[in-house]
Design a protein around this ligand. Structure first.
Ligand code: MBD
Ligand code: FE
Length: 286
């Protein structure tokens, strides 16, 4: 394991990122309602018996059982439950919840959403530093209903990491709302975001989640991605992500959150000032 002396700047940031994600989630969890007792019983007993089946199938030893206990304790100590669950479990919840949608595909929210990003109108530049590294990207399109009619007053919340793979409010040293913004469509349903293209992203791996990834022979990478929440009056909110054609890790996302419908193909702008791409969101009725 990483010892304190050999910690890099990235490791230090990774440790803080996990703890911040737990703090943000605990705030959100205050609003989570009571879970139906009959469903808890049904889900819990099935989950436990699935676990018992795995133990029997692999003839799990006491040493392995104790290693699991120690690791589970460490995930909590490292503040990494939101990170671990969103990376390894959330995609199955998303698939189940969005199975009947007819409009745009959803994907996982992940641990780094913050509500209340600055309002930028129908077109605007994402909050970023004067010297923000990365290729400029114009990302825009139309929000429509299932019939293709534009939706006015739709909000497109966009958040993504910077060119070094850091999310504002989770990694230290970034302006509060860096690369987080909210766009609102007018009568034509259009939105246009001026931002930078994010880079592939290595999830924080100096804590318990990283230990799991290494020990299980996995890797910590996610393909470059934009995170989005899109909603309009009388329409269902969709939480999703968009990826970039020919990018690394599209076929091996550690979080298993890529879908072919969610891959963008940006092109170079004629004036050489960066890339541009359109994506039209289709919302299901509420
Ligand atoms: C991320 O940026 C992310 O999108 C997910 C799902 C998990 C960890 C970090
Ligand atoms: Fe992300």
């Amino acid at each position: 394991m990483t010892n304190t002396d050999s910690r890099t700047e990235f490791d230090a940031k990774a440790a803080e990122t996990g703890a911040n994600a737990t703090r943000y989630f605990q705030e959100k969890a205050k609003a989570v309602g009571e879970t139906d007792a009959a469903r808890v019983h049904a889900i819990a007993t099935d989950a436990l018996s699935a676990f018992h089946d795995v133990i029997a199938k692999h003839q799990v030893t006491y040493e392995e059982y104790d290693a699991l206990k120690a690791w589970i304790i460490r995930v909590g100590e490292d503040g990494e439950w939101p990170l671990f669950l969103d990376v390894f479990i959330e995609h199955a919840v998303e698939a189940s919840v969005n199975a009947d949608r007819r409009g745009s595909k959803g994907s996982i929210e992940g641990p780094f959403y913050v509500p209340g990003a600055p309002e930028l109108g129908a077109e605007g530049t994402m909050p970023m530093r004067d010297d923000e590294p990365g290729t400029p990207l114009d990302f825009g399109g139309t929000v429509t209903d299932l019939d293709g009619d534009p939706l006015a007053g739709a909000t497109v919340e966009l958040w993504h990491c910077d060119d070094n793979g850091y999310y504002s409010q989770f990694a230290p040293g970034l302006p509060e709302w860096n690369l987080r913004g909210t766009f609102t469509t007018g009568a034509d349903g259009r939105y246009l975001a001026h931002t930078i293209q994010p880079s592939p992203y290595q999830i924080p791996h100096d804590g318990a989640t990283g230990a799991f990834i290494r020990t299980a022979g996995l890797h910590a990478w996610r393909p470059a991605h934009l995170h989005l929440k899109v909603v309009a009056p009388e329409h269902q909110l969709i939480t999703t992500q968009l990826y970039f054609e020919a990018g690394d890790y599209l076929d091996s996302d550690v979080a298993a959150a890529v879908k072919p419908e969610l891959v963008l193909s940006p092109t170079a702008k004629a004036d050489g000032s960066g890339n541009e791409v359109t994506y039209d969101f289709i919302l299901d009725p509420a």
